[in-house]
Every structure is written in C-alpha cells, then in structure tokens.
Design a protein around this ligand. Sequence first.
Ligand SMILES: [Zn+2]
Length: 140
Amino acid sequence: MDGVEAILGRKNASGTPDSARIAKLRGRLERALREAVDVEVELSRADGTIKGVPHYSLVEARAHELGQQLSCKVQEQQMRELNASHAPTAECPGCGTRCVLRLRVRKTKSVDGETELQELMGDCSRCRRSFFPDARDTGL
Ligand SMILES: [Zn+2]
C-alpha cells in the first residue's frame, strides 16, 4: 500500500470512507487471519508444543503469543507507512533551517513485546543537534 494513501485514507467524493473498499479489506483480513490460524495450529503440533490433550492454558498461551506477534508487526508497519508518507525534510525546531530527514530503527518495548520501530530524525548542521520532526510538519 502506498504510504501516503495509507495515512490520508481513501475516501469517496463525499468525504466518507469507501465502504466497498472497507468490506473488501475486512474480507481479506479475515482470510489472512484464518490462514495464520491454520499455520499456527499446524506449527504448534509440528514443534510439539501442543500434543495429545493439552491443558487449555497451554492452548490459550500459544494463541496469545501469536496475537502479540501480530500486534508488533502491525505497529512496525504502521510506523513504516507513516514515515514513508512524511516529507523528506523538516524544519529544525531550534533555528528553522530545513534539514534532510533520515530513518533510524529503534528497538522499543510495546505492551505486546519488543518492536523495531522506524523513526525519522533530522540533523541540523547549523545547531549541531539532532531532532525529531514535528508531527504536524508532514509536508503533505
Ligand atoms: Zn537548527
């Protein structure tokens, strides 16, 4: 998906969300989740985590772990698309000089586990300092 499209969202001429597109995406997500479930169940039996008649807490723990993995992947993708939609430059908050932004990856702990999030940083040669661009300075 195009990052700008993802951030701005596609709306029809009346400015409302495109319900046909949303329904199509929900169907796609449902199919992808069913596929993930099939793979997870098969994997849990192949690696021996689930065998015989396990205690239900084992089934629940394994399912919860998959949910956490999905959450971390969604967070990482959201940040990638947000950064892809950002202007390549931003004003230094100290002096107002427009600076080229660079991507850096930072490991962070979310409620669902460790994620590698991309973030944009500017390096102002005039102030000799780095900064995070203002979220309102998207250049869009
Ligand atoms: Zn500066």
